[in-house]
Design a protein around this ligand. Structure first.
Ligand SMILES: [Ca+2]
Ligand SMILES: [Ca+2]
Length: 290
Protein backbone atom coordinates (compact mmCIF):
# COMPACT_ATOMS: atom_id res chain seq x y z
CA UNK A 1 0.00 0.00 0.00
CA UNK A 2 3.02 2.30 0.16
CA UNK A 3 2.56 3.44 -3.42
CA UNK A 4 -0.67 5.19 -2.61
CA UNK A 5 1.07 8.07 -0.88
CA UNK A 6 2.32 9.14 -4.27
CA UNK A 7 -1.20 9.56 -5.58
CA UNK A 8 -1.62 12.84 -3.76
CA UNK A 9 0.64 14.52 -6.30
CA UNK A 10 -2.04 15.94 -8.52
CA UNK A 11 -5.73 15.84 -9.34
CA UNK A 12 -5.50 12.90 -11.63
CA UNK A 13 -3.77 10.81 -9.04
CA UNK A 14 -6.22 11.92 -6.38
CA UNK A 15 -8.84 9.89 -8.21
CA UNK A 16 -6.44 6.97 -7.90
CA UNK A 17 -6.10 7.68 -4.22
CA UNK A 18 -9.86 7.53 -3.85
CA UNK A 19 -10.01 4.26 -5.79
CA UNK A 20 -7.15 2.88 -3.71
CA UNK A 21 -8.71 4.16 -0.55
CA UNK A 22 -11.67 1.91 -1.18
CA UNK A 23 -9.22 -0.98 -0.96
CA UNK A 24 -7.92 0.31 2.35
CA UNK A 25 -11.38 0.78 3.78
CA UNK A 26 -12.37 -2.63 2.57
CA UNK A 27 -9.32 -4.19 4.17
CA UNK A 28 -10.09 -2.45 7.44
CA UNK A 29 -13.80 -3.12 7.59
CA UNK A 30 -14.74 -6.16 5.59
CA UNK A 31 -15.32 -9.24 7.71
CA UNK A 32 -14.75 -11.78 4.96
CA UNK A 33 -12.02 -12.25 2.40
CA UNK A 34 -14.25 -12.26 -0.65
CA UNK A 35 -15.51 -8.77 0.12
CA UNK A 36 -12.06 -7.20 0.05
CA UNK A 37 -10.44 -8.82 -2.91
CA UNK A 38 -12.00 -6.99 -5.81
CA UNK A 39 -11.94 -3.43 -7.08
CA UNK A 40 -14.72 -2.32 -9.36
CA UNK A 41 -15.23 0.76 -11.45
CA UNK A 42 -17.98 1.44 -13.94
CA UNK A 43 -18.75 4.12 -16.50
CA UNK A 44 -21.75 4.60 -18.72
CA UNK A 45 -22.78 6.84 -21.59
CA UNK A 46 -25.93 6.29 -23.65
CA UNK A 47 -26.26 2.62 -24.50
CA UNK A 48 -22.64 1.81 -23.68
CA UNK A 49 -21.60 0.59 -20.26
CA UNK A 50 -18.10 -0.42 -19.14
CA UNK A 51 -17.11 -2.29 -16.00
CA UNK A 52 -13.60 -2.79 -14.73
CA UNK A 53 -12.72 -5.32 -12.07
CA UNK A 54 -9.47 -6.46 -10.48
CA UNK A 55 -8.21 -8.27 -7.44
CA UNK A 56 -6.33 -6.26 -4.83
CA UNK A 57 -2.83 -7.72 -4.71
CA UNK A 58 -0.05 -7.02 -2.22
CA UNK A 59 1.06 -3.77 -3.89
CA UNK A 60 -0.61 -3.90 -7.28
CA UNK A 61 -3.92 -4.97 -8.69
CA UNK A 62 -4.08 -8.43 -10.17
CA UNK A 63 -6.18 -9.99 -12.90
CA UNK A 64 -7.59 -6.72 -14.31
CA UNK A 65 -10.62 -7.26 -16.51
CA UNK A 66 -12.78 -5.02 -18.64
CA UNK A 67 -16.27 -5.72 -19.87
CA UNK A 68 -18.19 -3.49 -22.29
CA UNK A 69 -21.90 -3.80 -22.93
CA UNK A 70 -23.91 -2.25 -25.73
CA UNK A 71 -27.67 -2.18 -25.31
CA UNK A 72 -27.26 -4.72 -22.51
CA UNK A 73 -25.24 -7.18 -24.61
CA UNK A 74 -21.62 -7.92 -23.81
CA UNK A 75 -19.41 -7.00 -26.76
CA UNK A 76 -16.03 -7.12 -25.02
CA UNK A 77 -14.96 -9.21 -22.03
CA UNK A 78 -11.21 -9.18 -21.80
CA UNK A 79 -8.13 -9.38 -19.64
CA UNK A 80 -6.62 -5.89 -19.61
CA UNK A 81 -3.15 -7.40 -19.23
CA UNK A 82 -3.33 -8.40 -22.89
CA UNK A 83 -3.58 -4.73 -23.88
CA UNK A 84 -0.83 -3.32 -21.69
CA UNK A 85 2.54 -3.52 -23.37
CA UNK A 86 4.50 -3.27 -20.14
CA UNK A 87 2.76 -5.24 -17.43
CA UNK A 88 4.28 -3.13 -14.66
CA UNK A 89 2.15 -0.23 -15.89
CA UNK A 90 -1.05 -1.81 -14.69
CA UNK A 91 -0.27 -1.62 -10.98
CA UNK A 92 -3.10 0.70 -9.96
CA UNK A 93 -6.21 1.58 -11.87
CA UNK A 94 -6.92 5.28 -11.65
CA UNK A 95 -10.06 5.92 -13.61
CA UNK A 96 -12.57 4.52 -16.06
CA UNK A 97 -14.47 6.89 -18.34
CA UNK A 98 -17.03 6.58 -21.13
CA UNK A 99 -16.77 9.68 -23.32
CA UNK A 100 -17.04 10.55 -26.99
CA UNK A 101 -13.50 11.58 -27.88
CA UNK A 102 -13.88 12.26 -31.60
CA UNK A 103 -17.36 13.77 -31.94
CA UNK A 104 -19.05 10.86 -33.74
CA UNK A 105 -21.52 10.38 -30.87
CA UNK A 106 -20.09 6.95 -30.15
CA UNK A 107 -18.53 6.79 -26.66
CA UNK A 108 -14.98 5.59 -26.33
CA UNK A 109 -13.92 3.83 -23.13
CA UNK A 110 -10.82 5.19 -21.39
CA UNK A 111 -9.03 3.18 -18.72
CA UNK A 112 -6.21 4.94 -16.86
CA UNK A 113 -3.44 3.12 -15.03
CA UNK A 114 -0.60 4.06 -12.78
CA UNK A 115 2.54 1.96 -12.47
CA UNK A 116 3.05 2.61 -8.77
CA UNK A 117 6.52 4.17 -8.88
CA UNK A 118 7.10 7.62 -7.38
CA UNK A 119 5.43 10.11 -9.75
CA UNK A 120 5.67 7.56 -12.55
CA UNK A 121 4.09 6.35 -14.74
CA UNK A 122 0.60 6.71 -16.11
CA UNK A 123 -0.90 5.11 -19.19
CA UNK A 124 -4.31 5.19 -20.84
CA UNK A 125 -5.98 2.42 -22.75
CA UNK A 126 -8.59 3.74 -25.17
CA UNK A 127 -11.19 1.34 -26.53
CA UNK A 128 -13.26 2.32 -29.54
CA UNK A 129 -16.11 0.51 -31.23
CA UNK A 130 -15.77 -0.75 -34.78
CA UNK A 131 -19.36 -1.15 -36.03
CA UNK A 132 -18.30 -3.09 -39.16
CA UNK A 133 -16.87 -5.88 -37.04
CA UNK A 134 -19.01 -5.35 -33.94
CA UNK A 135 -15.80 -5.33 -31.93
CA UNK A 136 -13.73 -3.01 -29.79
CA UNK A 137 -10.18 -2.09 -30.70
CA UNK A 138 -7.70 -0.60 -28.29
CA UNK A 139 -4.73 1.73 -28.30
CA UNK A 140 -2.25 2.35 -25.50
CA UNK A 141 -1.05 5.88 -24.76
CA UNK A 142 1.82 6.38 -22.33
CA UNK A 143 1.91 9.62 -20.31
CA UNK A 144 5.08 8.91 -18.35
CA UNK A 145 5.51 10.97 -15.20
CA UNK A 146 2.71 13.27 -16.25
CA UNK A 147 -0.97 12.77 -16.74
CA UNK A 148 -3.77 14.62 -18.50
CA UNK A 149 -7.11 16.28 -18.11
CA UNK A 150 -9.82 15.81 -20.69
CA UNK A 151 -11.10 19.26 -21.63
CA UNK A 152 -12.63 20.97 -24.63
CA UNK A 153 -9.92 23.59 -24.90
CA UNK A 154 -11.09 25.24 -28.12
CA UNK A 155 -14.86 25.02 -27.66
CA UNK A 156 -15.50 22.81 -30.72
CA UNK A 157 -17.43 20.25 -28.67
CA UNK A 158 -14.63 17.66 -28.87
CA UNK A 159 -12.42 17.08 -25.83
CA UNK A 160 -8.65 17.37 -25.97
CA UNK A 161 -6.16 15.55 -23.76
CA UNK A 162 -4.44 18.43 -22.01
CA UNK A 163 -1.02 17.18 -20.95
CA UNK A 164 2.67 18.08 -21.01
CA UNK A 165 5.74 16.77 -22.77
CA UNK A 166 7.22 14.20 -20.42
CA UNK A 167 10.42 13.86 -22.46
CA UNK A 168 11.71 16.87 -20.49
CA UNK A 169 11.70 14.87 -17.23
CA UNK A 170 15.32 14.57 -16.03
CA UNK A 171 16.57 15.90 -19.38
CA UNK A 172 18.44 18.91 -17.95
CA UNK A 173 17.84 18.77 -14.19
CA UNK A 174 16.37 16.48 -11.57
CA UNK A 175 12.67 15.78 -11.68
CA UNK A 176 11.51 18.58 -9.39
CA UNK A 177 13.49 21.18 -11.31
CA UNK A 178 12.42 19.89 -14.72
CA UNK A 179 9.99 22.04 -16.68
CA UNK A 180 7.58 20.69 -19.26
CA UNK A 181 6.11 22.38 -22.33
CA UNK A 182 2.38 21.83 -22.82
CA UNK A 183 1.35 18.92 -24.99
CA UNK A 184 -2.20 18.58 -26.28
CA UNK A 185 -3.54 15.45 -27.90
CA UNK A 186 -6.67 14.60 -29.84
CA UNK A 187 -8.03 11.12 -30.37
CA UNK A 188 -9.18 10.49 -33.92
CA UNK A 189 -9.55 7.37 -36.06
CA UNK A 190 -8.11 5.12 -33.40
CA UNK A 191 -4.95 7.19 -33.05
CA UNK A 192 -3.64 9.94 -30.79
CA UNK A 193 -2.56 13.09 -32.63
CA UNK A 194 -0.31 15.76 -31.14
CA UNK A 195 -2.17 19.01 -31.90
CA UNK A 196 -0.26 21.26 -29.50
CA UNK A 197 0.61 23.75 -32.25
CA UNK A 198 -3.11 24.46 -32.72
CA UNK A 199 -3.07 26.25 -29.34
CA UNK A 200 -0.60 29.13 -29.68
CA UNK A 201 -2.21 31.16 -26.89
CA UNK A 202 -1.57 28.39 -24.37
CA UNK A 203 1.97 27.89 -25.62
CA UNK A 204 2.66 31.61 -25.47
CA UNK A 205 1.25 31.82 -21.96
CA UNK A 206 3.48 28.95 -20.80
CA UNK A 207 6.55 30.45 -22.48
CA UNK A 208 5.79 33.76 -20.77
CA UNK A 209 5.53 32.09 -17.34
CA UNK A 210 8.87 30.34 -17.91
CA UNK A 211 10.53 33.59 -18.90
CA UNK A 212 9.23 35.23 -15.72
CA UNK A 213 10.56 32.27 -13.74
CA UNK A 214 13.92 32.60 -15.45
CA UNK A 215 14.03 36.35 -14.77
CA UNK A 216 13.47 35.67 -11.06
CA UNK A 217 16.28 33.11 -11.08
CA UNK A 218 18.53 35.66 -12.74
CA UNK A 219 17.64 38.32 -10.16
CA UNK A 220 18.45 35.89 -7.37
CA UNK A 221 21.77 35.05 -9.05
CA UNK A 222 22.68 38.74 -9.20
CA UNK A 223 22.00 39.04 -5.49
CA UNK A 224 24.48 36.23 -4.85
CA UNK A 225 24.29 32.46 -4.49
CA UNK A 226 25.71 30.16 -1.86
CA UNK A 227 28.36 27.65 -3.04
CA UNK A 228 25.71 24.89 -2.77
CA UNK A 229 23.32 26.88 -4.93
CA UNK A 230 26.01 27.56 -7.52
CA UNK A 231 26.56 23.82 -7.94
CA UNK A 232 22.98 23.11 -9.04
CA UNK A 233 22.04 26.45 -10.52
CA UNK A 234 23.15 25.81 -14.14
CA UNK A 235 20.91 22.72 -14.33
CA UNK A 236 17.93 24.59 -12.88
CA UNK A 237 18.35 27.42 -15.38
CA UNK A 238 18.83 24.96 -18.23
CA UNK A 239 15.58 23.15 -17.41
CA UNK A 240 13.62 26.40 -17.54
CA UNK A 241 15.30 27.63 -20.71
CA UNK A 242 14.92 24.27 -22.48
CA UNK A 243 11.15 24.24 -21.97
CA UNK A 244 11.03 27.93 -22.90
CA UNK A 245 12.87 27.36 -26.16
CA UNK A 246 10.70 24.33 -27.01
CA UNK A 247 7.67 26.60 -26.68
CA UNK A 248 9.34 29.19 -28.90
CA UNK A 249 9.84 26.51 -31.57
CA UNK A 250 6.16 25.56 -31.30
CA UNK A 251 5.31 29.22 -31.86
CA UNK A 252 7.70 29.55 -34.82
CA UNK A 253 9.75 32.08 -32.82
CA UNK A 254 12.93 30.04 -32.46
CA UNK A 255 15.18 32.82 -33.72
CA UNK A 256 14.00 35.16 -30.98
CA UNK A 257 14.26 32.26 -28.50
CA UNK A 258 17.88 31.40 -29.34
CA UNK A 259 18.73 35.11 -29.29
CA UNK A 260 17.39 35.46 -25.76
CA UNK A 261 19.15 32.31 -24.53
CA UNK A 262 22.49 33.45 -25.90
CA UNK A 263 22.04 36.79 -24.13
CA UNK A 264 21.19 35.39 -20.71
CA UNK A 265 22.94 32.03 -20.24
CA UNK A 266 26.60 32.57 -19.38
CA UNK A 267 27.51 29.64 -17.18
CA UNK A 268 30.76 27.88 -18.08
CA UNK A 269 28.97 25.03 -19.84
CA UNK A 270 27.22 27.47 -22.20
CA UNK A 271 28.45 25.90 -25.45
CA UNK A 272 27.79 22.34 -24.28
CA UNK A 273 24.32 23.31 -23.09
CA UNK A 274 23.42 24.96 -26.39
CA UNK A 275 24.56 21.98 -28.44
CA UNK A 276 22.85 19.50 -26.05
CA UNK A 277 19.67 21.54 -26.26
CA UNK A 278 19.78 21.65 -30.05
CA UNK A 279 20.27 17.88 -30.18
CA UNK A 280 17.50 17.29 -27.62
CA UNK A 281 14.98 19.46 -29.49
CA UNK A 282 15.77 17.61 -32.72
CA UNK A 283 15.31 14.24 -31.07
CA UNK A 284 12.00 15.29 -29.52
CA UNK A 285 10.63 16.77 -32.74
CA UNK A 286 10.62 20.48 -31.86
CA UNK A 287 13.24 21.12 -34.52
CA UNK A 288 11.90 19.42 -37.63
CA UNK A 289 14.11 17.07 -39.62
CA UNK A 290 15.12 18.61 -42.93
CA1 LIG B 1 -16.46 8.51 -30.58
CA1 LIG C 1 -12.02 20.73 -28.52
Amino acid sequence: MKVMITFALNNHFKIGLMASFSFLVAFALAPTAWAIERANLSAELGEVKAEFSAKAGEDCIEDPKLRIERQGETVLDTSVDDHVFDESIACQVIDLKAQDLDGDREPEIILDFYSGETHCCSTSLIYSYNPDRDRYRVINHYWGNGDYTLEDLNGDGIPEFNSRDDSFAYAFADYNASRFPPQIWRYQENKMHDITRDFPDRIYSHAYQLWIEYSLLRDKRRQGLSPEEVKVRPQIEQAVLAAYLANKYLLGQEEDGWGRLSQVYWWRDRNDFFSDLDRFLRRTGYIPEL
